[in-house]
Design a protein around this ligand. Structure first.
Ligand SMILES: NC(=O)c1ccc[n+]([C@@H]2O[C@H](COP(=O)([O-])OP(=O)(O)OC[C@H]3O[C@@H](n4cnc5c(N)ncnc54)[C@H](O)[C@@H]3O)[C@@H](O)[C@H]2O)c1
Ligand SMILES: N[C@H](C(=O)O)[C@H](O)COP(=O)(O)O
Length: 331
């Protein structure tokens, strides 16, 4: 199995974390260490990790990594020097090229999964390239009509109906057809990638108290409940819509395999509170496995050696388990 790791915004923590992860990876594939969640792979497992990025940048930020067993570099050249913590407009092309290289490798069957280090959405847009996030970019490049962002951590799986959208645009974006597409992907991938025979999914309402019977908003009555009813009739185990504030109470959320939140900042703050630094961002619905870290470029920490590599290690081990579930069951 070969994973490709895009090393992210060159001014951020991605390059140094990628090299730290590569060192851990060499030990992990040799059976010498476990992943943060305890997952081990049997020594001798055929695993390779290719770092996609500028080799000199990686070395200067993370130290030497030549000779690590199972690790290589797919070189992409920086456009301009990249001082730690300082965004350089001209390097946005470099970031996009690392993603395109990863996509080309999975498309050609030369890699099984893409793991991504964080990019800076703002600087890419400032450079004139329209970019909402990896999730949307990978969807577009894969030519699939829809994908689902799901973050996993702290015992929770939280998927989103809408992703990188201004809050003002969210209510209009939530429609019956969108809910059906998202829920079909979520249900199918929980079965296929996570081995859950009949996923039980709790759905958040959009409005406070899930609309309070229509007195605090009507989207639940007019859009969400009818969509869920139709999907239940297909046999999908859907519950809700529930008021989001209490759904995440540990004893209430515990029975469900996943929560479906209506928008980014309804679901992700809960997950990041529960597991920041060890969470994994997964894109469901792509023709290949894609995982990522739960944090951003952390420009304030770049080059200091103080950034935590835990989420990246978890993203790598999760990708391996998703490509070959038999490996996770051996841990
Ligand atoms: N997967 C991704 O590509 C991804 C994910 C989230 C955010 N982003 C992007 O990152 C940029 C910065 O976003 P932000 O400032 O909101 O979030 P951020 O995650 O970069 O930083 C938030 C806080 O967390 C800390 N932090 C982040 N990563 C850490 C780590 N590995 N170890 C220890 N502390 C860490 C930072 O120092 C900061 O205090 C934005 O452009 C955003 O869009 C990218
Ligand atoms: N929504 C993600 C988060 O908050 O962690 C993050 O922005 C990354 O998204 P992409 O994987 O789409 O870049």
């Amino acid at each position: 199995m070969r994973l490709v790791l895009t090393t992210g915004e060159p001014a951020g923590v991605g390059p140094e974390l990628a090299v730290a992860a590569a060192r851990w990876f060499a030990d992990w594939r040799a059976g010498r260490v476990a992943a943060p969640d305890g997952m081990r792979v049997p020594a001798g497992t055929d695993l390779r990790l290719s770092l996609i990025g500028d080799a000199e940048l990686l070395r200067s930020r993370g130290g030497e990594f030549a000779g690590l067993a199972g690790v290589d570099v797919e070189p992409v050249s920086l456009r301009m020097p990249a001082p730690a913590g300082q965004l350089v407009l001209a390097n946005s092309d470099y970031v996009i090229e690392t993603l395109d290289r990863a996509i080309a490798l999975v498309d050609a069957g030369a890699a099984d999964a893409i793991v991504t280090a964080p990019v800076h959405k703002g600087i890419i847009n400032q450079a004139g390239l329209s970019f909402s996030g990896h999730t949307e970019y990978l969807q577009e490049r894969a030519g699939v009509p829809r994908v689902v962002m799901m973050l996993v951590g702290g015992g929770l799986r939280v998927a989103l109906v809408t992703t990188h959208l201004p809050l003002r645009a969210v209510p209009d974006a939530i429609t019956g057809p969108l809910l059906a597409e998202i829920i079909h992907i979520l249900d199918a991938d929980l079965r296929k990638r996570f081995g859950i025979a009949r996923p039980s999914i709790a759905v958040c309402g959009l409005n406070p108290h899930a609309g309070e019977g229509g007195y605090l908003g009507r989207e639940e009555i007019e859009v969400i409940e009818p969509a869920l009813a139709a999907l239940r009739a297909e046999g999908i185990a859907l519950h809700g819509p529930f008021p989001a504030d209490t759904l995440f109470v540990p004893s209430i959320v515990a029975p469900y395999d996943a929560v479906l939140a209506m928008y980014h900042d309804q679901g992700l703050p809960v997950l990041k509170h529960a597991s920041f630094g060890l969470g994994v961002n997964i894109t469901l619905g792509l023709p290949y496995v894609r995982t990522s870290v739960d944090h951003g470029t952390a420009l304030d920490l770049a080059g200091t050696g103080r950034a935590d590599v835990g989420s990246l290690l978890q993203a790598i081990s999760t990708a391996v388990a998703m490509v070959d579930p038999s490996l996770s069951s051996q841990s």
